[in-house]
Design a protein around this ligand. Structure first.
Ligand code: ADP
Ligand code: MG
Length: 243
């Protein structure tokens, strides 16, 4: 909305209120999120910690507009997702949000450079601008010399670097990563998290990263913990006076 951008700057990048999402109905229903509320400030790297089945993927899919909640509100970059129709959600996902999946999800027949360029093709970016941005992103993630290789010719860590570069192609405001280190060994996983840390600083992006790897939490500005569909903030609990 015109004249709204100034007010938008002061708002959190993500605001989630009393979010609920169940799968199935009746006694067999699984309550994946049972009233989740939190905020992510602009420029923050927030880790979303939780055991397998705690609701991390469900939450990221909702924040990214890939799924619709049963109850509660989600604001991304000042927009209430409930106010967006199919088209609006598509535009949000394409232009404002970058996704990184545990399984990399690269297109096997495309080179690293072509994979990174896909989101820019989808929004019909100028080809010269696209090629320059792809080159810059590949060099940022340390893959300048691997631009012409296909995913099968790259290691797991390198494939995930391509996926991160691809997620950043359209200069998203928000980066959502679902266990991006889940298929990597500990050392490569650590390097990946350090790359995300550098990207959040360098590109001025906000990131919400799901992980069950406790080793990586120290690289986050803040940790949110999901337990059975309910959120707790361990860092806030530490700051609170005891006794
Ligand atoms: N499509 C689905 N249908 C039924 N149950 C699901 C579906 N997706 C997730 N669940 C259930 O919801 C809960 C949370 O899952 P998920 O969000 O994938 O957790 P996490 O990513 O932390 O492992 C789990 O009990 C899971 O089995
Ligand atoms: Mg998951």
């Amino acid at each position: 909305m015109a004249g709204d951008s100034g007010a938008r700057e002061g708002r959190p990048m993500v605001r989630v209120e009393d979010l609920r999402r169940s799968y199935g109905t009746g006694p067999a229903a699984v309550h994946a999120l049972r009233g989740v509320s939190f905020e992510v400030a602009r420029g923050e790297l927030v880790a979303l910690k939780g055991r397998s089945g705690s609701g991390k993927t469900t939450l990221l899919n909702l924040v990214g507009g890939l799924d619709v909640p049963d109850g509660g509100r989600i604001h991304v970059d000042g927009t209430d997702l409930a106010d967006l129709g199919e088209e609006g959600l598509l535009a949000l996902r394409r232009n404002r949000i970058g996704f990184v999946f545990q399984s990399f999800a690269l297109v096997p027949i495309l080179t690293a450079a072509e994979n990174v360029g896909v989101p820019m093709r989808l929004r019909r970016a100028d080809p010269a601008e696209r090629e320059e941005r792809v080159r810059l992103l590949l060099s940022m993630v340390g893959l300048a010399d691997h631009a012409e290789q296909r995913p099968t010719e790259l290691s797991g860590g390198q494939q995930q670097r391509v996926a991160i570069a691809r997620a950043l192609a359209n200069r998203p405001a928000l980066l959502l990563a679902d266990e991006p280190t889940g298929q990597l060994d500990a050392e490569t996983g650590r390097a990946m998290m350090e790359l995300l840390r550098a990207v959040v600083r360098g590109e001025g992006v906000t990131a919400l990263v799901a992980t069950h790897d406790a080793q990586l939490l120290d690289l986050a500005d803040r940790v949110l913990e999901l337990n059975d569909g309910v959120i707790t903030e361990p860092t806030a609990a530490v700051a609170a006076p005891t006794g």
